[in-house]
Design a protein around this ligand. Structure first.
Ligand code: APR
Length: 234
């Protein structure tokens, strides 16, 4: 596969962090179970009940301290460091496991738990502790107007222009650990395919869009991704 490939775009979803102990969204123990999406992950929810939304994201942010990147994150970081051509890693995940593993060419299209966005001054600031309603913006000092820097349902994912350009230019598109339930990420395979790229899915079970890929490998990311990276760098 590797010989005629120079330019790679990789999309990751919650499945790549599952073996690190981060809950996925739609599995049997999925994160949305016990929470209605409308109650915690929409701009309307934040206006209606900011305390509940902060509690949900504060718990997820503090849980990051107890998890580590796994073999799949590390393999993608190695590919990033050693791949001689173009490479872009686009993640839907809001954890920080790709960067902790060492990936540099990375876009967090759905935002980041460890970032706060002040609705008064519009600045993003690195955020490690709890946010809560009394949080003060480090940039302008306003309290109570910092929100989690997460792309909620109904909002537009970040850096879509760059992602679209990369998809149109890539020779290989790889999707790892995502159910294919949420657009626009679920449509990336079609953009890449129609622009001439080969497409590969790696997932624990076939995703909703598996049939759109040239090849679908089924199994845990912690096994499949290191093996694929070995193939690419061989
Ligand atoms: N290895 C590979 N794949 C796995 C593993 C694993 N160890 N464990 C689970 N999976 C797969 C599941 O089979 C499922 O297809 O990962 C996928 C996770 O799907 P979702 O929980 O729907 O997560 P994701 O696709 O990232 O969700 C997309 O939806 O709720 C929003 O904004 C949120 O970014 C999120 C988006």
């Amino acid at each position: 596969m590797a010989s005629d490939i120079r330019n790679i775009v990789i999309l990751t979803g919650a499945g790549i962090s599952a073996e690190s102990g981060v809950a996925t969204f739609r599995g049997p123990d999925g994160l949305w179970e016990g929470h209605r999406v409308e109650d915690v992950a929409t701009p309307e929810a934040f206006v209606r009940d900011p305390a509940l939304v902060h509690k949900f994201y504060d718990a997820r942010r503090s849980a990051l301290a107890a998890v580590e990147p796994n073999a799949a994150h590390r393999a993608l970081a190695r590919l990033d460091a050693e791949w001689p051509g173009e490479l872009l890693l686009v993640t839907q995940n809001v954890d920080d496991l790709h960067e902790r593993a060492g990936s540099k060419r990375l876009i967090h299209m759905h935002g980041e738990l460890k970032s706060g966005w002040c609705l008064r001054c519009n600045q993003r600031s690195a955020w490690n502790g709890a946010m809560g309603q009394g949080a003060e913006c480090p940039a302008c000092g306003t309290t109570g107007l910092v929100r989690p820097d997460i792309v909620w349902f109904g909002e537009i994912p970040y850096r879509m222009d760059e992602i679209e350009s990369a998809l149109q230019a890539c020779d290989l598109f790889v999707s790892i650990g995502t159910s294919g339930a949420v657009y626009p990420a679920a449509g990336f395979v079609q953009t890449a395919h129609y622009c001439g790229a080969q497409t590969l899915e790696m997932n624990l079970d076939p995703s909703l869009g598996s049939y759109l890929f040239d090849e679908a490998r089924v199994g845990p990311a912690g096994k499949l991704v290191p093996a694929w990276v070995e193939e690419m760098l061989a």
